[in-house]
Design a binder for this molecule. Structure first.
Ligand code: SAH
Length: 259
């Protein structure tokens, strides 16, 4: 280890509670702080994130990651909670995070939901190697990692139609994100697309694309971040039919010729 001094993250329990109806336990808070330290250390060698200030890291990486799964943390949101597979058992929750980078939103989600498994995917081997290095220190046993492209993983039988929730943040435009996520979902599964700005016109354009991929737009949530009051959106897509086998298309096509 080196002698980098890392400040403490803010805790802000009342903001977690008010915005997500959830608060980290003491153990989860320790893991979030450790994650912050490990990322700042990693940043000295790898270009992982521009966001290093503790307040900003808390808001843009931790809070924002968990705001996307707020409907799964809150009780009673029947529209967005994946339907139970069996009436007496809780729904199994297999999450996948595509283009996770330094682990967002997937690592905070794995910390918040220890009973769920989270698969982190990135096409850059160095980023996945970084995550694999820090996992033992974070003592997270519910994370799996995978180096690869969303276009390829979406065609592999061990991944296609295998996940309850697919998350994607800052990877491409919404139509590309829909093409990457929907093939990976089981019927009834939920894709969560994290966005900054979003307009009605974009919703209109996306509706058709999502339909082609076997999904529907279940909800679009607009909110402001709690510290800097920046505008954000989350798109929630429900898989309601089998995705045609031609999707996702070959590597690079979804970005070059978005649906
Ligand atoms: N989700 C993270 C990182 C966003 S940067 C965050 O919000 O902080 C985008 C990341 O997606 C990069 O790490 C890049 O390597 C990865 N990526 C881009 N296209 C991809 C693809 N087709 N399949 C897998 N990963 C991809």
């Amino acid at each position: 280890m080196n002698n980098l001094t890392v400040p403490s993250l803010p805790e802000l329990p009342e903001i977690w509670q008010q915005t997500l109806n959830w608060q980290p336990t003491a153990e989860q808070q320790v893991k979030l702080q450790r994650l912050y330290e490990l990322i700042l250390e990693g940043n000295q060698k790898l270009n992982l994130t521009r966001i290093t200030d503790p307040q900003e890291f808390w808001e843009k990486h931790l809070w924002d990651s968990l705001r996307g799964i707020a409907p799964l943390l809150r009780d009673g949101e029947k529209d967005l909670t994946p339907p139970p597979h069996h009436p007496t058992t809780p729904p199994p929750r297999h999450f996948i995070d595509l283009g996770t980078g330094a682990g967002f939103p997937g690592i905070p989600v794995a910390i918040a939901l220890p009973d769920c498994s989270v698969t982190l995917v990135d096409s850059t081997r160095k980023k996945i190697a970084f995550i694999e290095n820090i996992l033992p220190e974070l003592e997270l046993e519910n994370i799996k990692t995978l180096t690869g492209r969303a276009e390829e993983i979406g065609q592999q039988s061990q991944h296609r139609q295998n996940y309850d929730v697919a998350m994607i943040r800052a990877v491409g435009n919404a139509s590309v994100c829909a093409e990457y996520t929907l093939p990976l979902l089981k019927q009834g599964g939920l894709a969560i697309i994290y966005r900054g700005n979003w307009t009605e016109d974009e919703t209109t354009a996306l509706t058709d694309v999502v339909k082609q991929l076997g999904g529907e737009i279940a909800a679009i949530e607009q909110f402001t971040t709690p510290l800097s009051t920046s505008l954000r959106h989350c798109l929630y897509l429900r898989k309601i039919a089998t995705t045609p086998t031609k999707y996702p298309r070959a590597v690079g096509i979804p970005t070059h010729k978005p649906l």
